[in-house]
Design a protein. Structure first.
Length: 380
């Protein structure tokens, strides 16, 4: 099964944020970094035996903190990928970044290497919020940082914002939204704080060592305020948590919501190939040992049945504000989703959570903040 989208997980960070549940750990030396790329190249070569010459339309480097990658290593990696999986002419190449890593010289170097989209983690401009997350409290003024990025010839910029932070007020959230709008990135992601059970911030909240997070009513208000402010500043709300100026939607993330297959590389990466969702080892040693033996470093595999694939198609597609195309679903699976999920769709429509027209099935304004409840109706 062909893929056109590639994700690479870079596991290193300066220090792990207190809310982070992704596989990451501190980078201790340049030797450790060099060893990582040598092993990653083995994984690329292993997959080349299955997908020789497969071209790609998006490449996303996530983490961890990919902006810790020195330009030399990044250029070498992109060249390696391009030689095996050629970039299509309009290939979107995104790298996640912390603001403190982004000097003009660094940005010019990664731009020359081929990076054309930057996703910058900017959870809040308030020191107390950053401290609660274990982040650098002394971030440069956002507009100044984006000016440096643009001067380095990277104009397609995403900013990641988080609401629901410990001690965060509605007024502070409004200030952050307005500050980001003034900086005018092409894309803005707005995520509610989500804490897995084993992350340090969850424990600190339970022990009341940090300020409490906002209540449910305030969280709903923050979500709606983001939609109001960003929409009034000409950002298109195209996915539950994502806004973009026209033409600047994330092509890579769209592939997830459209339930397309994608290759994922690196320790802790999750991919979707051959009707199978898989996860690589969340262990450097196990990941490395497998690849040194020329064995795919998968720790988990889940075969996705046709029934499950159709359910996931609904769940993922309804995240998009444009919704599910009945015609496209029919072409892909040979069935009309309106008939396949008739009971659930009629019930949700009667509750005012779904809207159905000639071709589209989509969330209503009422259904948007209740999306998780809607999704549950399609997963058995």
């Amino acid at each position: 099964m062909a893929f056109q989208n590639l994700y690479i997980h870079f596991p290193f960070c300066r220090q792990k944020c207190l809310h982070c549940s992704f596989f990451s750990y501190p980078l201790n030396s340049q030797e450790e970094l060099s060893n990582f790329f040598k092993v990653l190249e083995l994984e690329i070569e292993l997959y080349s035996q299955l997908f020789s010459g497969q071209s790609i339309e998006t490449l996303y480097l996530g983490g961890g903190t990919p902006s810790l990658i020195p330009p030399y290593h990044l250029a070498r990696l992109l060249e390696k990928v391009n030689n095996i999986f050629p970039f299509q002419p309009s290939c979107e190449i995104t790298i996640e970044a912390n603001p403190e890593d982004l000097s003009y010289d660094y940005l010019r170097a990664i731009s020359s290497a081929g990076v054309n989209r930057l996703s910058v983690g900017w959870p809040s401009s308030f020191a107390g919020h950053l401290r609660a997350l274990g982040r650098n409290e002394h971030l440069t003024f956002l507009a100044d940082k984006l000016d440096i990025i643009r001067r380095a010839k990277i104009t397609n910029i995403n900013i990641d914002l988080i609401y629901g932070l410990p001690g965060q007020t509605m007024l502070q959230w409004e200030k952050n939204l307005l500050e980001v709008c003034r900086a005018a990135p092409k894309h803005i992601s707005v995520y509610g704080l989500h804490l897995e059970e084993d992350v340090p911030l969850k424990k600190l909240l339970l022990q009341k060592k940090v300020a409490a997070t906002p209540d449910e009513d305030t969280l709903l208000g923050m979500m709606l305020l983001a939609r109001e402010i960003l929409s009034s500043n000409k950002y298109l709300h195209y996915e539950i948590a994502n806004y973009a100026l026209p033409g600047y939607q994330s092509n890579h993330n769209m592939s997830y919501w459209q339930n397309k297959t994608y290759l994922a590389l690196g320790p802790g990466a999750h991919g979707y190939l051959y009707c199978c969702r898989y996860a690589n080892y969340c262990s450097w040693q196990q990941y490395k040992d497998s690849l040194l033996k020329r064995i795919f470093p998968c720790s988990q595999k889940e075969r996705i049945s046709r029934k499950r694939a159709m359910e996931e198609e609904m769940m993922l597609g309804l995240r998009l504000l444009e919704g599910i195309s009945r015609q496209q679903f029919l072409q892909k699976y040979g069935l009309d989703p309106l008939h396949l999920f008739q009971t659930s769709i009629l019930m949700l429509k009667e509750q005012g959570l779904l809207e159905v027209n000639d071709d589209k099935i989509k969330l209503t304004a009422k259904g948007l903040p209740l999306a998780n409840l809607v999704f549950q109706e399609f997963i058995t």
